[in-house]
Design a protein. Structure first.
Lengths: 385, 230
């Protein structure tokens, strides 16, 4: 080759320089493209993500008292499982016992008055020789007497029932103590025997009460048929009339006592868990105040919230997919059963920002059986087209 | 168009989301859009005041501000605290470089994030930002220089054939070159070229070979450092 001729050998760019040029040029673009693609993908994920939020709901029942009183015994603690009808608490029955004692005294008084009236009327009928009137008075007296006897039995019944309830609570406490080996089993057995004895006594008295009331009904019908037979019905003796009215009034009071006694026992209306206890033993409580809140253990449905102006408003019966907000791999299908009428505030645990309340239109979705949702658990919902 | 509008309205939320996923999306989106802004600025800039530092600040500022909004959230007290701290720094220190301001701002935000117990935001934000700062440093992001240096020479005007040889040599050693100026004389012309060498180590060889070309004199190659831009 001529030395004046320039060389034509191709000059290759060395690798370090290539890398440096790549670093300063295409790599920037490449990184930007990767970042932009990632952003696009994340935004698409956000778009396709579960559309609406919801919460698993369940029924809450607040047990309230219908009478004022003092809490005597509480049988459950917070988060205990309870069955439907299980006794939650007892109100103190002391005032009721006082009322029963008053009723008993009143019944005794009426019985004494009846005896006095009977004597007086017997004398009068002997002197009067008016056989029909005397007969009628006798019927009337028998009727009132039977009613008084029934009331006496009833007073005894109410007393026994209150005693039985107290024994039951004592027995429940003793059983717990026996489990912890704090007391001997013999004490539990003694209490059980005593309770059984009272229960048996109550049963007998109930039978006796029913029998007496049947007799009273017979006596009344006998009186009425006698009254129908005589042509002119004589006026009821004023003394007997007032006695009859007093007995009637006292009978009504006894019914009141029975009702009050029933209201002393607070029972759970459903099976569930005690989610909240509002009272303590010895606390005075007014009528209508909550004692405990029972929550169903399993959720009965899901409430989903649409945005205030949703792009798509589902119809009742629309199919939806529900998934846990913490685990999207578990999903189940459900349907829309009801749509709320107005925009409401979402539960606080569904707010994205704790300081910013959110609102939505509630939808009630049917119960999802396979997911074992815990009441209050947040879920995500997508409405299927 | 309708799906696009639906997509754009659906990805927005009225209430912000403060999860780590949302933080990552915010920072990444800030980086992507900030870099777009920086490119637009560097490509459309005219004049002598171009600064690579300022171009990089455009990207970093978007990320830092995104982190600020994440840390502040809806807390007005934190927002006022930031304003106060910024004002204090601004009036106490005169920042000549925009990039310095960004770093001061970044330090403030990290302190706020840690102090307001947004530890995730502090850690993720600082990792992301440090990564991006180093990325920009390694890639010399914001550099507009495409050429490695400039070449001056004198070529005899009458020797056309030698001019061709000159350019052949130039094309052999340079990936690209661009004539910046020429000064025409009676017998010769002086040229200044911006050159981009295929091999930076062979610049001297190129000068020598060009000098050997008949009619070419006073070949001077000036290469500048890749980080010489400010």
């Amino acid at each position: 080759m001529d030395s004046n001729e320039p060389s034509t050998q191709h000059i290759r760019t060395p690798l370090p320089q290539r890398l440096s040029e790549f670093r300063r040029g295409p790599m920037i673009l490449l990184i930007w493209i990767v970042a932009a693609s990632t952003v696009g993908w994340m935004l698409m994920q956000r778009f396709e993500r579960w559309q609406y939020v919801g919460v698993a709901c369940s029924s809450h029942y607040e047990i309230t008292t219908s009478v004022a009183g003092t809490i005597d015994t509480i049988y459950v603690k917070q988060f205990d499982l309870v069955k439907a009808g299980e006794v939650i608490a007892h109100l103190d029955s002391t005032h009721l016992e006082a009322r029963i004692a008053t009723a008993q005294a009143r019944v005794d008084q009426l019985s004494a008055e009846l005896d006095a009236a009977r004597l007086q009327l017997d004398e009068r009928s002997t002197n009067n020789k008016a056989g029909l009137v005397a007969e009628l008075r006798r019927f009337q007296i028998d009727e009132v007497d039977l009613l008084l006897r029934a009331m006496t039995i009833k007073v005894e019944l109410e007393t026994d029932r209150i005693l039985l309830e107290r024994m039951s609570s004592k027995l429940a406490r003793t059983r717990e103590l026996v489990q912890w080996e704090a007391v001997a089993t013999a004490e539990e057995e003694d209490l059980e025997l005593e309770s059984q004895e009272i229960a048996r006594q109550i049963e007998l008295n109930e039978q006796l009460y029913n029998t007496t009331m049947e007799k009273h009904a017979v006596a009344r019908s006998r009186r009425e048929s006698f009254e129908n037979r005589i042509s002119t019905r004589p006026d009821v003796e004023p003394q007997l009339k007032s006695l009859r009215e007093a007995v009637r009034a006292e009978n009504l009071r006894l019914q009141e006592i029975e009702l009050s006694r029933r209201n002393l026992v607070l029972r759970s209306p459903i099976a569930g868990k005690v989610s909240e206890m509002h009272i303590n033993v010895g606390q005075a409580i007014l009528a209508g105040k909550p004692v405990a809140t029972i929550t169903e253990v399993e959720s009965s449905g899901v409430i989903c919230y649409l945005p205030p102006s949703p792009q798509q408003s589902p119809d009742i019966g629309a199919r939806v997919i529900i998934t846990r907000s913490t685990d999207h791999s578990v999903a189940a299908e459900s349907i829309v059963t009801r749509i709320g009428p107005a925009v409401v505030e979402l539960p606080e645990n569904l707010w994205r920002d704790p300081a910013t309340p959110e609102y939505g239109v509630p939808l009630l979705l049917s119960h999802v059986f396979d997911m074992n949702l815990i009441p209050g658990e947040p879920v995500n919902v997508r409405i299927l087209k | 168009m309708e799906p696009l509008i639906q997509f754009l309205t659906s990805v927005d939320h009225q209430a912000p989301d403060y999860t780590i996923r949302a933080l990552g999306l915010s920072l990444l989106l800030s980086f992507v859009l900030g870099q777009l802004i920086a490119w637009t600025y560097s490509r459309t800039h005219s004049g002598l005041s171009y600064s690579r530092s300022f171009t990089q600040s455009l990207v970093l500022m978007t990320i830092v501000v995104s982190l600020v909004m994440f840390v502040i959230g809806n807390n007005i007290i934190t927002a006022f605290g930031l304003i106060g701290a910024l004002a204090l720094i601004r009036f106490r220190n005169v920042m000549k470089d925009t990039r310095d301001t960004v770093f001061v701002f970044f330090s403030l935000v990290l302190g706020m994030a840690a102090g307001s117990q947004r530890y995730t935001a502090a850690i993720v934000g600082s990792v992301v930002l440090v990564f991006i700062v180093f990325y920009m440093h390694l890639t010399a992001f914001g550099s507009v220089g495409r050429y490695d240096g400039h070449l001056t020479c004198r070529i005899n005007s009458s020797l056309e054939e030698q001019r061709e040889i000159f350019f052949t040599v130039l094309r052999r050693f340079c990936r690209s070159f661009h004539q910046v100026s020429s000064r025409q004389g009676t017998d010769y012309a002086e040229y200044v070229f911006q050159v981009r060498l295929r091999d930076h180590q062979r610049g001297r060889e190129m000068s020598q070979e060009l000098n050997h070309v008949e009619g070419v004199d006073d070949v001077i190659l000036v290469l500048h450092d890749e980080f010489a831009e400010i």
